[in-house]
Design a protein around this ligand. Structure first.
Ligand code: SAM
Length: 322
């Protein structure tokens, strides 16, 4: 097992199945152009081999499939088939929900039990302005169908000053009523927001600002969360829970256990570092050749983690997923 001086190791793997996305969210894709799949994306089989090798080389126990938008990828079915029997403790998926109703049978057949759906507003006009793609009704319908099929749902919302702050309470109510757990994600200094501090500060909403807003309607108590959780979790007695992934306000780098693999074969040990390590070529090699080389790169990737706090990164979320 590869462990650093702070006792951190890789336990959670996030795979960006594709960099293609059917949205172009303002805070993620500043030029508004929808993303297509990179020319040199790995095959479903190579990515699945990557998961198998990383289980062995890094001790990965939990996998999250992300993107881009994983549900637009033609590789989804073959990838899910291949990873189903690897003995992972947990497999989950992050999606914008646009194609959820259509892809639900595939997810259920693959044994997915929980999903995170990104949804920044319940207002159709604001939805179009922020996501610049898709439509709100399809997302809500997809979530409803997923819930009816027995999937556990978390909703991810990025609160943005001037764009969707008026949606914090409506979205929280909506989620509490349906048993979805709402996760607010503090805006992160990623991609263009890492270099344009003004654009970041104009839109950023802190944990405390959110709690003040929620406190106007609800009493809440801090709830338990796993040691390496990224979210601070709160209970609203008798109603449910919500969480805040507070990268800025409550940095969680000291306990971070995440490793990311991009759709083009790059390992990222930290979102806040521009270092990345190419493993695409290793995934075509037999296990005995691939594992030692992979382990050397994993040591470097673990060394890329920040000591204390996320400081921003040129890496863009749209490429390596949330
Ligand atoms: N397409 C999928 C989705 O929409 O969930 C997966 C990829 S998307 C990049 C993953 C998550 O990252 C979304 O919840 C999105 O809101 C979030 N995200 C993207 N850029 C971000 C930023 N700069 N700060 C905080 N969250 C961000």
């Amino acid at each position: 097992m590869i462990v650093d001086r702070q006792g951190r190791r890789f336990r959670n793997l996030r795979i960006s199945l594709t960099s293609a996305c059917n949205y172009a969210c303002t805070y993620c894709v500043p030029n508004g152009k929808r993303l297509v799949a990179a020319q040199d994306e790995l095959s479903a089989q190579a990515m699945a081999r990557g998961v198998a090798y990383l289980i062995e080389a890094a001790g990965i126990e939990r996998l999250r499939i992300t993107g881009g938008e994983p549900l637009v990828s033609p590789k989804l079915e073959a990838f899910m088939d291949a990873i189903g029997k690897m003995g992972l403790e947990d497999i989950s998926l992050t999606t914008n929900g646009q194609l959820l109703a259509r892809k639900l049978p595939l997810l259920v057949d693959a044994g997915i039990k929980r999903i995170n759906v990104s949804l920044d507003t319940l207002d159709a006009g604001a939805f179009r302005r922020i996501a610049r793609g898709g439509d709100l009704a399809s997302v809500l319908d997809g979530m409803q169908q997923a819930r009816a099929a027995g999937l556990k749902i978390k909703v991810n919302m990025v609160p943005l000053r001037g764009q969707n702050l008026d949606q914090v309470l409506p979205l929280l109510d909506y989620c509490l009523e349906r048993g979805y757990e709402l996760r607010f994600i503090e805006l992160m200094r990623m991609g263009h927001l890492a270099s344009d501090g003004n654009a970041f500060l104009q839109q950023f909403v802190s944990l405390q600002q959110l709690l003040d807003l929620i406190g106007e309607r609800y009493e809440y108590l801090q709830a338990d969360a796993p040691v390496d959780a990224t979210a601070v979790r709160y209970a609203i007695p008798g109603r449910g829970h919500f969480g805040v992934i507070a990268n800025e306000s409550v940095p969680f780098c000291r306990t971070c256990s995440r490793l990311r693999l991009s759709s083009t074969g790059w390992l990222h040990g930290c979102l806040s570092s521009s270092n990345r390590h190419y493993v695409g070529d290793l995934l075509d090699k037999p296990r005995h050749e691939a594992l030692p080389a992979l382990q050397r790169l994993l040591v470097k990737a673990l060394g890329d983690k920040q000591e204390v706090a996320f400081s921003g990164g040129a890496t863009v979320m749209k490429i390596i997923g949330g």
